[in-house]
Design a protein around this ligand. Structure first.
Ligand code: CA
Ligand code: CA
Length: 635
């Protein structure tokens, strides 16, 4: 090659680069599609690519108009506000970008218009979310740890974390959505009506060093692409399949929402749209995790509030700035998109108290606007009823009013675990439960509280109660007969145990039988021990009875202050009265029932629905030591 020709080649390459450098190129549009016939006729499409700033946007489709195009600090983004007129038909169109770019030809600089097109679709709405409420029994599954339905998706060499190893409690184990789908009949038999999965959205996060051990993001709380379900769980297709299969079998699905933060490897953080997309601090600032800082409207300091709200949850989960209207729209539209795209029925909102609460109200309201009876339950690991009530619809006279309709009931969780582990005394044992329920006056509808004995962040229930089957049956009975929407954690029905020692991985063990080569299959009665079957059958019997007992769903709850080690409450409506009798005595007792006349008048006999025993005389009940009875009263 002569010097002359190589100089020419360099010149040509330079021209090409100049042209290419300026040409707009769309790599993605979020939401990835939208729908006609939404109550809110507007959607903001976030376009990401190269050199989008300065481009003019056109769409040629009947009914669709561009209201505004927002340029932001980063030239690789454009945010396009679309208006979709009510009569708009579903269909496909292009989002067209055109831009004047400079081109050098024959030593002269010329301008020319370059165009780029991104295919977009407005679909017809076809999803009808169902209401989740106290009729339901929710079953929480950590998808990586339940069942492996497809061994070929356990790991991928092109992801940030390439490991899967069942021998290591901190790494991914290969469980997936098909694995859950394969065991729906097991859950149906148990009496479950609703599934809540820990987050399924892509977590393409590298392993992180926590407490000296390298850990995978198998829990799912660090999103890296809102619009893709993690490939290792089976991707969007497997999630659609699971939701459809679950619906066909009569289940509902609750999705885990994370609005407060994303994974540090999220695609939009590698090229941030604008500086205030995240809460940024001069030096790294962690949230204080103190809920008082948020609800203490009387005495709290602004600085404590800011640290709690805007500090990062952990260093690898950056805190989103939800006061930024573009961030707000991105998160809210993703929630709506998820309901319409997958057909989910409800939401559990992670780390609720760390979110901008005005943002959360707007987010909840956007969901209620499209789906008026949507169940949204807020996670707040708090200790008091006042704090718990602050973050949901409540009866408190405060200037801030949450629109969230359900808390994850940590106050119930704390009380039931403490009550079962204490000796009965004034204020202790079952008195704790009674006192906790008396505080229900703070909630607008305590029957919407998501009650639980354990979950993925807590010590397993069977271990907490010292592996005592009598306490186990009492706890399960309170969960399934007291007010609220009961939630069971996977494996609690087969007595999975452990404390979070040395880490929470211990309470997230694999469900035995869900993985190839497991020595026992506890999805089958034949694979369970006698005691495991006793537990499974107990849950199954009560859960299935509960399914068809409206008094246990929407009936009033009347409780009597515990006396002599015995706690009695009733669930009752016009059709039925259910009496629950719990004992914390180490001796058998006889209970005279005259004190409960306001609930028992007119009833002469009963049936213990746990044992099927008939009770012919209700005036005096035999109450065995540490027992529980669920009695359907009869005339
Ligand atoms: Ca798998
Ligand atoms: Ca926050």
């Amino acid at each position: 090659m002569t010097n002359k020709t190589s100089a020419l080649l360099i010149l040509l390459l330079g021209i090409c680069q100049l042209t290419l450098a300026q040409k707009p190129e769309i790599q993605r549009a979020d939401p990835t599609n939208w729908w006609v016939g939404m109550k809110n006729p507007e959607v903001q499409v976030l376009l990401y690519g190269k050199n989008l700033k300065g481009a003019s946007v056109t769409i040629n489709y009947p009914g669709v108009s561009i209201r505004q195009v927002h340029e932001v600090e980063n030239p690789n983004y454009l945010l396009v506000d679309l208006y979709i007129a009510p009569e708009t038909q579903p269909g496909k169109f292009g989002i067209s970008l055109s831009k004047e770019v400079s081109v050098q030809r024959g030593g002269k600089t010329e301008t020319e218009i370059v165009k780029t097109l991104h295919a977009y679709e407005l679909k017809a709405r076809d999803k009808k979310p169902q209401t989740v409420n106290a009729r339901d029994l929710v079953y929480l599954i950590l998808p990586d740890r339940f069942a492996n339905g497809n061994a070929s998706n356990d790991k991928f060499p092109d992801m940030a974390d390439t490991a899967a190893d069942r021998q290591n409690p901190y790494l991914r184990h290969g469980g997936d959505l098909l694995g859950i789908q394969n065991h729906l009949d097991y859950l149906k038999e148990l009496g479950v009506t609703t599934l809540w999965l820990n987050p399924v959205i892509e977590n393409n996060q590298p392993q992180t060093n926590e407490g000296g051990a390298m850990r995978s993001a198998y829990h799912g709380y660090g999103f890296t692409d809102h619009y893709n379900v993690d490939r290792r769980l089976g991707g969007n297709t497997a999630y659609k399949n699971l939701v459809d299969a679950a619906h066909a079998k009569g289940f509902k699905i609750i999705q885990d929402a994370v609005y407060n933060h994303v994974g540090i490897n999220h695609w939009f953080l590698r090229d941030q749209p604008m500086k205030n997309w995240l809460h940024q601090w001069d030096a790294y600032t962690n949230t204080s995790y103190r809920d008082e800082a948020v609800f203490d409207l009387n005495h709290g300091s602004v600085s404590d509030f800011n640290v709690q709200q805007n500090g990062w949850f952990v260093p690898f989960l950056p805190d989103l700035n939800q006061a930024n209207p573009f961030v707000e729209k991105y998160l809210i539209q993703h929630a709506l998109w998820t309901v319409e795209y997958f057909g989910i029925d409800g939401w559990r909102v992670d780390t609720y108290q760390y979110n901008d609460l005005e943002f959360m109200n707007r987010c909840n309201n956007a969901l209620y606007e499209e789906y008026p009876s949507m169940f949204i339950t807020a996670e707040n690991a708090v200790n008091t009823a006042v704090s718990q009530a602050f973050f949901v619809k409540n009866n408190l006279y405060l200037p801030f009013k949450s629109t969230c309709n359900s808390p994850n009931d940590f106050v119930f969780y704390n009380a039931i675990n403490a009550a079962l582990n204490e000796k009965f005394d004034w204020g202790r044992g079952f008195n704790q439960l009674c006192t906790m329920l008396a505080q229900d006056i703070v909630y607008q509808d305590p029957n919407m509280n998501l009650t639980f004995l354990d979950n993925h962040d807590q010590n397993r229930f069977f271990s907490v109660i010292g592996e005592d089957m009598r306490k186990y049956k009492q706890g399960i009975t309170v969960l399934l007969t007291a007010r609220g929407v009961p939630q069971l954690y996977y494996g609690t029905e087969i007595l999975m145990k452990n404390f979070k020692n040395p880490s929470d991985a211990e309470v997230r063990r694999d469900f035995p039988g869900g993985f190839p080569g497991d020595p026992a299959n506890k999805f089958m009665a034949s694979g369970r021990t006698a005691q495991e079957n006793e537990a499974f059958d107990f849950v199954k019997k009560l859960a299935n009875y509960r399914k068809n007992c409206p008094a246990l769903h929407q009936g009033n709850m009347t409780q009597y202050i515990p006396q002599d080690g015995i706690y009695v409450y009733f669930r009752h409506n016009a059709e039925k009265t259910i009496m629950v009798v719990l004992s914390q005595n180490e001796q058998d007792k006889t209970l005279t029932t005259k004190r409960f006349t306001e609930n028992m008048a007119g009833f002469t006999k009963g049936k213990n629905i746990l044992t099927d025993a008939n009770i012919s005389d209700l005036s005096q009940l035999q109450v065995p030591a540490m027992s529980v009875q669920v009695i359907e009263l009869m005339k």
